[in-house]
Design a protein around this ligand. Structure first.
Ligand code: ADP
Ligand code: ZN
Length: 216
């Protein structure tokens, strides 16, 4: 199964990606995670991406497309398909991806869109805290860790993403409205999109999301 998961910043893409990946045994590719990893390791790609991601701007299509192409060619288990998280985010990326996967079994089959009202997104993003060690995600308002600043799962210190501040968030939401909503409309016209009401609690969303992926 080949899936795109789409949604505004704070819509729960990261949280649900890890559940989907486990449930359906998929290769998970998160372009945001790849950029953050490369920035942390100060690679060439990281240097190219850094000035954009910190401000909340999209990284130029050419850089992003090449990176995705590279990852696709190294999928651990091609037969199981993928969950692509954070890509495509522009119409040019969507077209480039179609080009890359044409005539292969890597063409996208399902697109889930996590829908959350814009005012709820701000609370989620500014309250978000992450464990770098084990990947657990907390929120100081809605899902606080038992001890402030410490991961419940592994005891490591929690961190905040550099772009999880109000200023960068505004830019990210603008980018989403301007560039990514047209991508959703493009796939909606092809009848490939399932919209999930992601404003509810995580445990209320998950059964619906799972069923949607199984049935469609
Ligand atoms: P968000 O939480 O805002 O949805 P991600 O973690 O998916 O963000 O991505 C973080 C940042 O990485 C983006 O704001 C952008 O700068 C960059 N990025 C991720 N995916 C893409 C993409 N497909 N095209 C361009 N830039 C991207
Ligand atoms: Zn942890």
């Amino acid at each position: 199964m080949n899936i795109f998961i789409m949604g505004a910043p704070g819509s729960g893409k990261g949280t649900f990606s890890s559940r989907i990946k486990e449930e359906f045994n998929l290769n998970h590719i998160s372009t945001g995670d790849i950029f953050r990893e490369n920035i942390a390791n100060e690679t060439e790609l990281g240097l190219q991406a850094k000035s954009y991601t910190e401000k909340g701007l999209l990284v130029p299509d050419e850089i992003t497309n090449n990176m995705v192409k590279e990852y696709l060619s190294h999928l651990a288990d091609k037969k199981n398909g993928y969950l692509l998280d954070g890509y495509p985010r522009t119409l040019d990326q969507a077209k480039a991806f179609e080009e890359m996967t044409k005539g292969t079994d890597l063409a996208v089959e399902k697109i889930v869109v996590m829908d959350v009202p814009f005012d709820e997104l701000t609370r989620r993003i500014t309250g978000r805290r992450l464990c770098k060690k084990c990947g657990a995600i907390f929120n100081i308002y809605s899902k606080p860790p038992k001890t402030e600043g410490v991961c419940d799962e592994c005891g490591s210190a929690l961190t905040q993403r550099k772009d999880d501040n109000e200023e960068s968030l505004k830019v990210r939401l603008d980018e989403y409205a301007k560039n990514t909503e047209p991508v959703i409309a493009y796939y909606e016209e092809k009848g490939m999109v399932s919209r999930i009401d992601a404003s509810k609690a995580i445990d209320a969303i998950w059964p619906e999301l799972k069923e949607t992926l199984k049935n469609k």
